[in-house]
Design a protein around this ligand. Structure first.
Ligand code: ADP
Length: 172
């Protein structure tokens, strides 16, 4: 799975055709990944986001990336973790599926993801990481044009979880 790369960085600094934003349903800005992406992109991003009428949980919408080192931002809204009985797993799966679908529609070859829902939305990190990697492995089989998926981890904890779970999903 050399198409999957795991790095420790700020997603707003990553160069890829598209970077994924862990947004909220309003698409009008927030903290964490969303704050970093809007700061890096500049105010025009918010202007474009205002035209989108928000985004449902589990869906994804595309904008330009303005001053970021990417061509596109794919905004997706992860579920808020409330214990696991509110369809959180399937909604998180849907985020990854919709992002890959959008990437394929854009015809791009590289995409960078943050650990969607694992910050303010409190989804357990290892559980979210399993979903992220399962959906990525499936998408790479389906969308052959995508050559590189970068998981951008904020901190050592997330970095180590992604490395461990990738090894489990892909024993050499
Ligand atoms: P959510 O609301 O979907 O939980 P957050 O932005 O709060 O989104 O957090 C998602 C994950 O991204 C968390 O693991 C958090 O530590 C991480 N994170 C926060 N800022 C950044 C950043 N600038 N680059 C990459 N990851 C980040």
């Amino acid at each position: 799975m050399e198409k999957i790369e795991i790095i420790q960085d700020d997603i707003a600094k990553v160069k890829a055709d598209a970077i994924v934003n862990a947004a909220n349903e309003s698409l009008l800005g927030g903290g964490g990944v969303d704050g970093a992406i809007h700061r890096g992109a500049g105010p025009e991003l918010l202007v474009e986001c205002r035209t989108l009428n928000g985004c449902s949980t589990g869906d994804a919408k595309v904008t330009k990336a303005y001053n970021l080192g990417a061509s596109w931002v794919i905004h997706t809204v992860g579920p808020v973790w409330t214990g696991g009985n509110k369809n959180e797993d399937e909604l998180l799966r849907s985020c990854y599926q919709k992002c890959f679908q959008r990437a394929s529609e854009l015809g791009i070859t590289s995409i960078a993801f943050p650990a969607i829902s694992t910050g303010a939305y409190r989804f357990p990190l290892e559980r979210a990481t399993c979903i992220a990697l399962e959906e990525t492995i499936a998408a790479l089989k389906k969308f052959l044009k995508i050559q590189k998926v970068i998981f951008v981890c904020f901190g050592k904890n997330a970095f180590e979880a992604y490395q461990k779970i990738l090894t489990e999903k892909n024993p050499i």
